[in-house]
Design a protein around this ligand. Structure first.
Ligand code: NAD
Length: 330
């Protein structure tokens, strides 16, 4: 039985709760850590009901009460929590972004590899049926050579001078704005679908609608991949999903794949469009089941160190391109 410590028991940890319930019998939440004690107690009562409550993850790691952690802290704390957990020999599933800089990513890479622990990046949308199946179809060659990709994650987060963005509103605790936060989702989907390493990025970021946010509220980014495919992604907290756009879309020499959630379409170059209604899966549940499979059965992480670092490189490269007004080689 894997003993799990929840670290950062705020908003998104609530979405992880069904995942930990789905793996009962294989994993149990034995600790919940948050500087806000009420949050830790709430997540304990929603899961095992018997987690030890901590305000400091170092004390939790030192007590030897967990084999793995689920990290959902504000961005500026990811590196320290992941590195310290790995150094204590604990496996890690972490919310996005992996961390805030490539120097931090190098620390994580070294701690994870030298201690031989599992690291899974909680790229939840890649555990949703449409993106996950599209990735498999593309890897199986259903599109042939991939030409063009498009991914989107936008929502209007409210606006005006009264919005309190908390740690997300500050560059030193968020690491940027929407592009490094919600923008992580369309970025990892783009990379996962391209089935090749990103080689160049250019991004245009802006803040249209969120005056109390220090960072960007919107980004439109283009990425070229080593196989010649070019992808565009769009993310925003300032406006909703652009009309007529899918969560994911890919075009290749044999046709097109597009869809969202549980529904995926394949449009061959010639012939009728196929609509596929896929077995529903909650992405948060899927990623936690996968994490347990990686620890217990030795399955290789589908979204691991390489994926987490590669997404970060594209996003930071995008910010650099906006600052320097040029295309960045990755
Ligand atoms: N996958 C998704 O769709 C998704 C959605 C939202 C957030 N997230 C990610 O989840 C993470 C958390 O975001 P959130 O929206 O839940 O934020 P949040 O502010 O709601 O929760 C963060 C929690 O961490 C706690 N915390 C802060 N400092 C701490 C410390 N030093 N030690 C222990 N606990 C501490 C806070 O008290 C709070 O309960 C971020 O990385 C964010 O990008 C992912």
């Amino acid at each position: 039985m894997i003993r799990v410590g929840l670290v950062g028991c705020g908003g998104i940890m609530g979405a992880h709760v069904p995942g930990w319930k789905a793996v009962e019998g294989r994993a149990v939440v034995t600790a919940a850590c948050d500087v806000n004690e009420e949050n830790a107690k709430r997540r304990s009562s929603e899961t095992s009901g018997s987690a030890a409550i901590y305000a400091d993850w170092k004390a939790m790691l030192a007590d030897g009460v967990v084999d793995a952690i689920d990290c959902a802290l504000p961005h500026h704390l990811h590196r320290d929590a992941i590195v310290q957990a790995a150094e204590a020999g604990k496996h890690v599933i972490t919310e996005k972004p992996l961390c805030m800089s490539l120097a931090e990513a190098a620390d994580i890479e070294s701690a994870v590899t030298s201690n031989g622990v599992v690291l899974v990046c909680a790229h939840n949308q890649m555990f949703e049926p449409a993106p996950r199946t599209a990735r498999r179809w593309i890897r199986d060659g259903r599109l042939g050579r991939v030409f063009s990709l498009r991914t989107v994650d936008c929502f209007f987060a409210g606006g005006g001078n009264t919005v309190d963005w908390g740690w997300r509103g500050k560059l030193d605790t968020c690491g940027g704005g929407c592009a490094i936060d919600t923008g992580y989702h369309p970025t990892y989907m783009l990379i996962s679908l391209a089935n090749a390493a990103p080689t160049e990025v250019v991004s245009f970021t802006a803040n249209y609608n969120q005056p109390t946010l220090e960072g960007d509220d919107s980004a439109q980014t283009m990425v070229r991949f080593a196989n010649g495919a070019v992808g565009t992604l769009q993310t925003s907290w300032g406006y909703g999903v652009p009309n007529g756009h899918w969560q994911i879309a890919a075009i290749g020499e044999k046709g097109q794949i597009y869809g969202r959630g549980n529904t995926l379409y394949f449009q061959p170059l010639q012939g009728e469009v196929e609509k596929h209604e896929l077995e529903p899966e909650n992405g948060f549940v899927g990623e936690i089941k996968h994490f347990v499979d990686c620890i217990v059965d030795g399955v290789a992480p589908e979204q691991g160190l390489y994926e987490g670092v590669t997404v970060l490189k594209v996003i930071l490269g995008g910010y650099q391109s906006e600052k320097e007004k040029r295309v960045i080689q990755l």
